[in-house]
Design a protein around this ligand. Structure first.
Ligand code: MN
Ligand code: MN
Length: 284
């Protein structure tokens, strides 16, 4: 039969029942402080996903042979705390069905509800920002408060890779967690950092969150809060390749599709990477 394109992530051809990985979008940017528009990212990421071949030569697999699906988008409430509850419900459903959620932002505040549903032993995030504000602009669910809310859930094992921005108070609040600044990644190399992180987390389950602004804004400028002197997209891919296997859930947030699609392209490729490397490992 003729194949028809649709508005879902490319190669997400399994039914929900058969899927091992479940993509969904949260087009929400209600607490964005600088540039709005991350609500348009889920569909921008899906659109550019059709730019890539199903075949992944590094793994010798076709992405279309891995059972994954795309549910489309949540219709988000206006209030970030209500959105967290919507996300928590969705992620609980997917985890309850023994599948792996892959969430497309939207802004980073959506991660709070997902972590609440997953309650992992470790929270590992790539981010320019510490997100350790206790409250910001009148809300404890602002996208600058994500790490603080994760800590409040009792998840004390927090790893932040690519950090370079936060208040003095945030750096103090984060000081007993594992913070790897972008400078440190640049100086020591990402593999040394990954080895250290892997030694600390062992085989424990993690939640893996990617805030797109971890990557240097000179490389991927489509960001709500662009920040230069970041890690590279190569570094980010290394983190995902190293940690995807033990992630109970994954998200990719804070893409603002106002550039020439560099940022959405990296996001789409990293989502393929997450699903592809896990599917590849499962077949070995
Ligand atoms: Mn963030
Ligand atoms: Mn950030």
């Amino acid at each position: 039969m003729q194949s028809f394109s649709n508005s879902l992530f490319a190669d997400a051809e399994a039914s929900y029942e058969d899927a091992r990985y479940v993509i969904f979008g949260v087009p929400y940017d209600g607490t964005t402080s600088y540039k709005p528009g991350t609500r348009f990212a889920p569909n921008a990421i899906r659109a550019i996903s059709y730019n890539f071949e199903p075949y992944m030569p590094e793994y010798g697999i076709d992405l279309s042979d891995i059972p994954f699906t795309d549910l489309g988008d949540i219709y988000p409430e206006a209030d970030p705390e209500a959105v967290a509850a919507q996300v928590e419900d969705t992620v609980s459903m997917i985890l309850g069905d023994e599948k792996v959620p892959v969430m497309l932002g939207g802004e980073h505040s959506i991660t709070i509800g997902a972590v609440r549903a997953a309650m992992p032993k470790w929270y590992v995030v790539c981010d320019a920002h510490l997100d350790f504000q206790d409250e910001y602009r009148g809300s404890r669910y602002n996208h600058d408060c994500v790490s603080a809310r994760v800590r409040d859930l009792g998840i004390d094992n927090i790893v932040i890779i690519g950090a370079r921005s936060g208040s003095r108070e945030e750096f103090e609040a984060a000081s007993h967690h594992r913070i790897y600044t972008a400078d440190e990644v640049h100086d020591r190399g990402i593999n040394a950092i990954i080895d250290e992180v892997k030694a600390a987390i062992g085989n424990d389950p993690i939640y893996l969150s990617i805030d797109a602004d971890a990557v240097d804004s000179c490389l991927t400028p489509g960001l709500g809060t662009p920040d230069p002197f970041g890690i590279t997209h190569w570094d980010l891919r290394s983190v995902i390749r190293a940690l995807a296997g033990q992630a109970v859930a994954f998200d990719y947030v804070e893409v603002l599709p106002n550039d020439s699609e560099q940022t959405a392209a990296v996001a789409a490729k990293m989502i393929r990477e997450f699903i592809g490397i896990r599917g590849h490992t499962a077949r070995q």
